[in-house]
Design a protein around this ligand. Structure first.
Ligand code: NAP
Ligand code: MG
Length: 490
């Protein structure tokens, strides 16, 4: 985007030079006009006979019709999962189970490009992210848990390894296939069977995964993928023959689920919202920190539960950090998610875009100072300019509530104790970031910040070996790593 212009022997950076478009081809994406429910190894029509549209949020064009499962379909899927659990999957030697999971991992790798393109078309995230982050992590998750399948006795020494039974799994739209992998891989590795529901706006990659599962010859009923809206999710949560609910989504729905399972024998893990603090000390590597903050909040349009949405900067470096952040913000490319140059793609839905606009208005009303990238937004589709707010009070709604969009609030601090107090002062506790040259400071903060994941001198780095999850209203239980296996065992 920037080009060095040589004039009178001085080199001036001109940030207004544009890249030529570099669109990824849609040719690899085979999207059918409609998709049925994947139950007991087959695609079946929904009992309701109802279908809903899934659109491309960058163009508002319809991509496909998706079946809407009702309680009858949920019951059918749970029966298939129970039957597969009792008669096949729980009886199969672990090393045989592992072979299926490895096979699924390899098939995802082979079709990685198709998955990446569909993820971007259906959800709006930049192709660079779905291609380089989401889909490789999906395959890695299946590989990682395949590796544990026949080694559970080493993971939990001196314990009797016992699976739970049928897991009901409900996932959000921000990392559609990755969340499906986080849920399905550890459940299968530990010998459970699955009924999974993707989010209404992003069902396509989960249904593509169903095609792979069918081709992999996984015994019918081990994984069932049913689509629909909140009511379908609720029917899964309330089904009496489900042993475990694994949910990733909003804190509000998490609370509904918690109430629904109270007094039942269902085991629950909840991965909910967040309001992460990203903290820069004056001894931090400044450019690296600025890039980390940009990645921390603008990655995936800020549709990240662990997004570093609150920046705290030590007073002595505030001016330089703010200047560098503004400079960097103005060079971010917002637009067509299928273009490999795009940094910030489409907001996932109109509803989500309206919600982010609501917070921008609240910020203005509260008298905060707003700074935006002044790019021209595409005429169609759902887009929002990346936005910084300064002059933010700790009590501001923008500093307290999850926005789930490309909006960063900036506050300052003087001492370690002050920033720890401010960072912990939200109802959430999912993640945080610390930027400093001093190991002792990192240790001090990581022990005192109430967050499940804390990154030091980096941000938004994920790995299947590392557990992920929150405190307080960010939920409970951990996914990933050994902890993720424990969540599917008695
Ligand atoms: P959401 O509205 O809670 O939806 C999540 C899933 O639950 C969707 O599949 C949704 O179906 C379904 N659902 C809705 N109402 C339900 C009900 N009453 N019972 C059962 N299921 C129900 O959340 P979202 O807006 O899709 O996702 C954004 C939220 O997820 C953010 O708050 C974000 O922080 C959180 N998140 C957390 C993590 C984490 O690991 N902690 C990771 C990613 C996202 P529909 O699609 O039809 O609404
Ligand atoms: Mg869609």
């Amino acid at each position: 985007m920037s080009k060095a212009v040589k004039k009178n022997n001085t080199v001036k950076l001109d940030f207004n030079i544009e890249y030529a478009p570099a669109p990824e081809s849609k040719a690899s994406a085979k999207i059918q006009p409609s998709y049925d429910l994947f139950i007991n190894g087959k695609f079946e029509k929904p009992a309701s006979k109802k279908y809903f549209d899934t659109i491309n949020p960058a163009t508002e064009e319809k991509l496909s019709s998706i079946a809407e499962a009702n309680a009858t379909d949920v019951n059918k899927a749970v029966k298939a999962a129970r039957n597969a659990y009792d008669n096949t999957w729980s009886k199969m030697p672990a090393k045989e189970r592992a072979k299926y999971i490895y096979r699924i991992a390899r098939m995802i790798q082979e079709r990685a490009r198709e998955f990446a393109v569909i993820e971007t078309l259906d959800g709006g995230k930049p192709i660079r992210e779905s291609r380089d982050i989401d889909i490789p992590l999906v395959a890695n998750h299946f590989f990682y848990y395949a590796g544990w399948t026949d080694k559970l006795a080493y993971a939990f020494p001196n314990k009797k390894i016992q699976s739970l039974g049928v897991a009901g799994q409900i996932i959000p739209w921000n990392f559609p296939l990755l969340m499906a992998a986080w849920k399905i891989a550890p459940a299968l590795a530990t010998g459970n069977t699955v009924v999974l529901k993707p989010a209404e706006t992003t069902s396509l990659t989960a249904l593509k995964l169903a095609e792979i599962i069918q081709e992999s010859d996984l015994p019918p009923g081990v994984v069932n993928i049913i689509t629909g809206a909140g009511a379908t999710g609720a029917a899964i949560v309330n089904h009496p023959d489900i042993n475990k609910i694994a949910f990733t989504g909003s804190t509000d729905v998490g609370k509904i689920i918690q109430r629904a399972v109270a007094g039942t024998n269902k085991k629950v893990t909840l991965e909910l919202g967040g309001k992460a603090a990203n903290i820069i000390f004056d001894d931090a590597p400044i450019d690296q920190a600025v890039e980390g903050v940009i990645n921390g909040i603008f990655f995936n349009q800020g549709h990240v539960c662990c997004a570093g949405s609150r920046l705290f900067v030590q007073e002595s470096v505030y001016d330089i950090i703010l200047k560098k952040l503004k400079d960097r913000l103005s060079t971010l490319i917002v637009g067509n998610p299928m273009d490999k140059n795009t940094d910030i793609g489409a907001i996932n839905s109109k509803q989500q875009m309206d919600n982010i606009h609501k917070y921008l208005r609240i910020g203005e009303k509260e008298g905060l100072e707003m700074y935006q990238n002044n790019c021209v937004l595409p005429k169609k589709g759902f887009f929002i300019r990346p936005t910084l707010f300064t002059n933010v009070a700790q009590s501001s709604r923008l500093a307290q509530e999850e926005i789930f969009g490309p909006v960063l609030t900036i506050q300052t601090f003087r001492t370690d104790d002050e920033v720890i107090e401010k960072a912990n002062n939200t109802p959430f506790g999912l993640s945080a970031g610390v930027w400093t040259d001093k190991g002792s400071k990192i240790f001090n903060l990581t022990t005192k910040l109430r967050a499940g994941v804390i990154w030091a001198n980096t941000y938004n780095k994920f790995d299947p070996t590392s557990p992920f999850g929150g405190y307080k209203e960010s939920g409970y239980g951990r996914e990933g790593g050994l902890h993720g296996l424990g969540a599917y065992l008695k």
